[in-house]
Design a protein around this ligand. Sequence first.
Ligand code: BG6
Length: 513
Amino acid sequence: MATSPLSLPVAEGAPRADGKPRLADPCSVVLFGASGDLAMRKLLPALFNLRHEGFLNDHFALVGVGRDPMSPEQYRHKVAQDIARFLAPVDQALVDWIACRATYVSGGYDDEATYARLRDVLAADGRPRSALFYLATPPALFEPIVERLGASGLAAEMPGVWRRVIVEKPFGHDLASARALNSRMRAVLAEQQIYRIDHYLGKETVQNILALRFGNGIFEPLWNRNYVNHVQITVAETVGVEQRGGYYDTSGALRDMLQNHLFQLLAVTTMEPPSSFQAEAVRDERLKVLEAVRPFGPSAAARDVVRGQYGPGESGGQAVPGYRQEPKVNPLSQTETFVALKVLIDNWRWAEVPFYLRTGKRLPTRVTEIAIQFKGAPHALFRDTPVERMHPNWLVLRLQPSEGISLQFEAKVPGPRVRLGTVKMDFSYADYFGRSPSTGYETLLYDCMIGDATLFHRADLVEAGWNLVSPIQAAWQAQAAPPVEPYFAGTWGPAAADELLRRDGRAWRVPDA
Ligand code: BG6
């Protein structure tokens, strides 16, 4: 199996003999949902960035599929416009390079004729081409599209011609629907053809957690219950639900963020070292640790999980409405826009180390971080000195917005008295490596084009995520469940989230701005 130069590992075969990166395989990227938001804002700019960095093959082609009637010429124009709109300034020659390789198939997603036209396009030069089908559509269309791909023969691979499908989230809305979707997709496609995307795994710094842990000798010996006091994972957003009220009100933070993104951050932080960086070895380890998470029975769901919903408040100095006043949201909605929980992992490495996870919309700052607090030093040495209290050591992996790693430790304040001050060693990715434009989708698209599924979910990983949240969903749906707790927009969630840590003698860290 190939390994990618963008994602870990930088391994065999990645760079070519001439020192240039391995090119993506010659293929067509087929975007279902071609006029949608995702295609416009993320996927087209990501393809542009890939070409810019020299990863796209000259035999690359783009096929938009959508219900909007559009001629291929109009689509090419739209592709050029979208790239320029979401990635200014751009190199016009590169925009043209992509636009002139684009074509469009218009038609219904359940209409056989659409797939017949698509088949012709994919075999336009006399022989079938490899194709990456990207389902950037509402989830209700995943199944019908995959079924039609199968029925029309478009999913069939042959020597030298691969066919792969990237499926967006949400992958199901609970365990039963995720299982059903997995089984219907697998009736048409082999597991190796299915790439279930989690854009958090495409974030450079998430992959860097693996580099930090397994590319250095100094961290891993401390990465366990002997040295770690607890871990906090925060994914905070300042935005509200914006125009997505219709979707979000049927989803909520547990399904939208926790089941996938936060659990994957947890898995990458806590997994055992894989035996190799092959996709299956890495995914096996992510799965094993998720399976070791202590399940939430009804009492743990009530005690260790907090759900909140933002009310009116302030964001960025502006008054903002509450969730229930957002467009397309039920005015009596019980949907959570915030969730905090305490997770325990029942394995040798992590027994009894609490992991506190929280995510929410309309919080004070946009920040994603994994903060590891280490156990304190024995106090004895400072017994006869004025040092009364030592601050804990924190290793903080900042994922966004300013990617970096910082280590907080105690140092002696200069002077004749023994006094300790807290200092920070701070590393910023931008300072060392500069910034390269990224939408977060480049690595994932490229990996799919070279057949590296390391950063994608396998069926069992998706099901493991749902398996963990299902009892929480059930507890919230029970008649006796307490209502969702309100919090003011622009604050760190409901008081119960603070209480969750306070009762363990701890407090949430205030993330670095
Ligand atoms: C998406 C969720 O998966 O992730 C959104 O559906 C959320 O609700 C988004 O806003 C956050 O992604 P990022 O990359 O901006 O942190």
